[in-house]
Design a protein around this ligand. Structure first.
Ligand code: ADP
Ligand code: MG
Length: 253
């Protein structure tokens, strides 16, 4: 039996009269990588930020690791890691300084070099945040989510805007975080990413969950309806060509 670590029941969020999230319910299991997929404006970030205690909900019940969000949000904050938008980092501080700053805020002892090693930024320890490339900034922001040794890590579109190598590198990093025992909840609109990475996904559209299952199951269900791709798909795609020509190594360092 899978253990439920996040339970969302009948969640609703209105912005004024606009219903951004319309009565959604789902569970995230301990130790899985759970994906929230959907087009822009579907309500992914709203849902995530409500669970992260950063946004008020309109109604519904949320339990995170047995803790009720309505009564003990501070307890939830202590067991989760939330990726900040890049604007949350002082651009002129070095990576080690930033990690120490966050560790202080969380009241945690950390070894900055160990964290930087985990995200492959050993060489950048003394660099300033503003000097990092896009992929390095993303990896660094993921490192900061791990400072308080969270049970659950929330990543909102962590690979948007990255080149193919940097995306693959982040997938490995996210799998690595999960293999150390954390549960990961991620939003993305890259379907290849969801297929590669997620154990289960919920597809959100206009504030409603329209599908929830493993990527495999969703594909099998579609095929079972008689669906076929209109064109014979080639055995490789343009991204394969690109990776094959330019290699898998990260170039930005
Ligand atoms: P997603 O992350 O899936 O792109 P969001 O959760 O950011 O979607 O937004 C869902 C909907 O709610 C969008 O239509 C967005 O414009 C609207 N929305 C998000 N934040 C606010 C806000 N603070 N005030 C009003 N509307 C908002
Ligand atoms: Mg969003």
């Amino acid at each position: 039996m899978q253990k439920t670590i996040i339970s969302v029941k009948n969640l609703q969020k209105n912005y004024g009269t606009f219903e951004a999230v319309k009565d959604i319910s789902f569970e995230v299991y301990q130790g899985e990588i759970f994906g929230l997929l959907g087009p822009n404006g579907a309500g992914k970030s709203t849902t995530l930020e409500i669970i992260e205690t950063l946004r008020e909900k309109t109604s519904g019940e949320i339990i995170v690791d047995g803790i009720n969000l309505d009564t003990e949000p501070d307890k939830i904050k202590r067991i989760i890691g939330v990726q900040l938008q890049s604007s949350g980092f002082y651009p002129g501080l070095t990576l080690v300084e930033l990690i120490n700053l966050f560790a202080g805020l969380y009241n945690q002892q950390v070894k900055p070099m160990e964290l930087l090693h985990l995200v492959n930024l050993d060489d950048k320890a003394k660099s300033k945040y503003k000097e990092l490339s896009g992929g390095q900034k993303q990896r660094f922001s993921i490192a900061t989510t791990l400072i308080n040794q969270p049970k659950i890590v929330f990543l909102d579109e962590p690979t948007t805007g990255l080149d193919p190598q940097a995306r693959r590198n982040l997938w490995e990093l996210i799998k690595n975080i999960r293999s150390k025992g954390a549960t990961v909840i991620i939003t993305t609109h890259y379907m290849d990413e969801a297929e590669q990475l997620c154990d289960r996904i919920a597809i959100l559209d206009e504030g409603k969950i329209i599908a929830l299952a493993s990527p495999d199951k969703l594909i099998d269900d579609l095929v079972a309806t008689g669906f076929e791709r209109p064109k014979q798909v080639k055995v490789a795609n343009l991204e394969d060509v690109f990776i094959n020509l330019t290699g898998k190594e990260i170039r930005e360092e």
